[in-house]
Design a protein. Structure first.
Ligand code: NAP
Length: 276
């Protein structure tokens, strides 16, 4: 078994994930795994970084596929005996003018951004080594979408006692409400992406609380963040930040020094803790 520290980035064949891997290859003292759902696109991305003199490793990971997540889990357990850095970056967004019915957008978006990210956490968080770092890439849109929720929902999502099961129940209810066209009546905002990212931010707060309760002595720091508005296939060419700039906050959280006791369980943008 290797004693080398190991970092994993999801959805890293392009965009912000690719830039995070690039930065980690330069700054993280260990093996860095570029993961992608499509091995061809993943290997191509690895080759691109190799041309820059960097040495990422590759592992397939489709966060929508539990078997794929478990294969990565078993690989990490066997080869490294755990994991030091996990960046949950993979995500999707329908374009604003996409005419796919809203209920379908809700189901597909929540499936990857919330349920897929949660499944990765369920399988990989138990592998996190002491002083490990977990970064869940959310979005400022989670904050604006929270503001668009009913008072009752806002209270639930801001609660310091909400459980993971309750959060899963709420995310499932959103998808069901869109299918019945009652989501606005039920207090939801009209954004599937926004609700999926509320899920990611609240999940991060819950997971950090669980780490405090169950693994306090392990000094693991877990946060949600927004990369900013970044020029990628998702956000388009008008966005203000380059992918390398978008990687800065996630990489800052992934590389917090071992003597740092925070941020933990926070929502961070531009390397600054934001109120939730
Ligand atoms: P992007 O260029 O579209 O890249 C998304 C990445 O996620 C791609 O590598 C994609 O792989 C991967 N992915 C999607 N579904 C996946 C799955 N089921 N399993 C594994 N990988 C999957 O988007 P981006 O702008 O870099 O976004 C990265 C993250 O930042 C997302 O979580 C996004 O919500 C968040 N974010 C972005 C912005 C922004 O302005 N760009 C702002 C706030 C937050 P494929 O190539 O195979 O599709």
């Amino acid at each position: 078994m290797s004693n080398v520290p190991v970092a994993v980035v999801t959805g890293a064949n392009k965009g912000i994930g690719f830039a995070i891997v690039k930065a980690l290859c330069k700054q993280f003292p260990g093996d860095v795994y570029l993961t992608a759902r499509d091995p061809g696109r993943g290997q191509e991305a690895v080759a691109k970084l190799q041309k820059e003199g960097l040495h990422p490793l590759f592992h397939q990971l489709d966060i929508d596929d539990l078997q794929s997540i478990r294969a990565l889990r078993d690989f990490l357990k066997e080869k490294y005996g755990g994991l030091n850095v996990l960046v949950n970056n993979a995500g999707i967004a329908f374009k604003v003018h996409d005419t796919t019915p809203f209920a379908v957008q809700a189901e597909v978006t929540l499936k990857t951004n919330f349920f897929g990210t949660r499944n990765v956490c369920t399988e990989l968080l138990p592998l996190m080594k002491s002083y490990g770092k977990v970064v869940n890439v959310s979005s400022m849109v989670s904050s604006s979408a929270l503001g668009g929720c009913s008072q009752e929902l806002q209270q639930k999502f801001r609660s310091d006692t909400i459980t993971e099961d309750e959060l899963v129940g709420l995310m499932t209810k959103f998808v069901e409400d869109t299918k019945k066209s009652v989501h606005e009546k039920e207090g939801w905002p009209n954004t599937a992406y926004g609700v999926s990212k509320i899920g990611v931010t609240v999940l991060s707060r819950i997971q950090a609380r669980m780490l405090n309760e169950k693994r306090k002595g392990d000094h693991i720091l877990l946060n949600a963040c927004c990369p900013g508005w970044v020029r990628t296939d998702m956000a388009g060419p008008q966005a203000t930040k380059s992918p390398d700039e978008g990687a800065e906050t996630p990489v800052y959280l992934a590389l917090l020094p071992s003597d740092a006791d925070g941020p933990h369980g926070q929502f961070v943008s531009n390397k600054t803790v934001r109120p939730w």
